[in-house]
Ligand binder design. Structure first.
Ligand SMILES: C[S@@+](CC[C@H](N)C(=O)[O-])C[C@H]1O[C@@H](n2cnc3c(N)ncnc32)[C@H](O)[C@@H]1O
Length: 275
């Protein structure tokens, strides 16, 4: 395989995202797991976000976290390199502002932000050291970078969803789902984040593993998310019963007495300060 230039790598990465997710599909299928299950509270706590804070949401997707943070901060700017994500984010009229940009090269002045948050985006960055170097540049002295990183092998929601899809879809279809993996994708311990943030100049670094539960209110919610992720027609009678059966098996251990599902997703949270 020929060596690719950084620009070619970035283009390939954007094209893979473009093919895999539009902003609205992402919001319907995944955002509940990545941005609506306690992430804003963690970002506020770790980032020390107050009504005076200027916040950058890095790889903001459809802008759900930005919307939550905008209720607390002075201002929130969401950036994402995918146009469909930014279109979806702008449509929420959330009080945050949004623009299409690559996190490796932000169209933002140095020292502009108090807090930069990477929520479920860091494991996709192709060159995370470039992104964290850039975040260092755009933070004020004393500014904080905050990372929420899902541990792939310990994210019970996605585990149950993909187990269901493996049962209802041909193996080659499941294998063809794009992985969109960056070098930090498989990280399972805090150490790589301690090293990465230190390498990029941050101090007072804290990185730790946390369990961050995700609740889905009933099996219907879970089936509809699974169907959207697998692009399968949950309206067809045959697919519906296959999904229902496989979902029951893959997620039985997380089912609560009231019919809801409580997934004990594990994440790494990290924070560093620009001196
Ligand atoms: C898993 S999604 C997370 C979205 C959102 N933060 C959330 O939690 O729902 C990852 C996002 O990062 C974006 N992304 C990945 N690499 C990027 C880069 N280098 N610059 C800007 N956005 C990037 C993708 O387009 C995608 O929207």
């Amino acid at each position: 395989m020929p060596d690719l230039t950084p620009e070619e790598i970035a283009n390939d990465e954007r094209a893979a995202w473009d093919e895999a997710w539009s902003g609205s599909l992402y919001e319907d299928a995944i955002a509940f797991i990545t941005a609506r299950s306690g992430q804003a509270e963690i970002a506020i706590e770790l980032g020390g976000i107050t009504p005076a804070s200027r916040v950058l949401d890095v790889g903001c997707g459809p802008g759900i976290l930005s919307e939550s943070l905008a209720q607390m901060a002075d201002s929130v700017e969401g950036i994402d390199f995918l146009e469909t994500m930014i279109e979806q984010a702008k449509s929420r009229r959330s009080g945050a502002s949004f623009q299409v940009a690559d996190a490796e090269q932000l169209p933002v002045a140095a020292g502009d932000f108090d807090v930069a948050v990477c929520c479920y985006s860091s494991h996709h960055f192709v060159r995370p050291e470039k992104v964290y170097g850039e975040l260092y540049r755009v933070l004020k002295p004393g500014g904080r970078v905050v990372v929420l990183h899902p541990i792939q092998a310990e994210t019970a929601t996605f585990g149950a969803i993909y187990q269901t899809l493996e049962e209802v879809l041909p193996a080659e279809t499941v294998a063809s789902f794009p992985s969109l993996a960056g070098p930090l994708f498989e990280v399972e311990t805090p150490e790589p984040y301690l090293e990465m943030l230190s390498l990029c100049g941050f101090t007072d670094i804290v990185a730790e593993k946390r369990t961050k539960p995700c609740t889905l209110k009933n099996v219907e919610a879970l089936i509809s998310i699974t169907a959207r992720i697998g692009r399968v027609d949950a309206q067809s009678e045959e697919m519906r019963s296959a999904l229902a059966e496989a979902t029951a098996a893959s997620s039985a251990q997380y089912r609560q007495d009231d019919g809801s599902y409580l997934f004990p997703d594990n994440i790494i949270v990290a924070k560093g300060v620009k001196p």
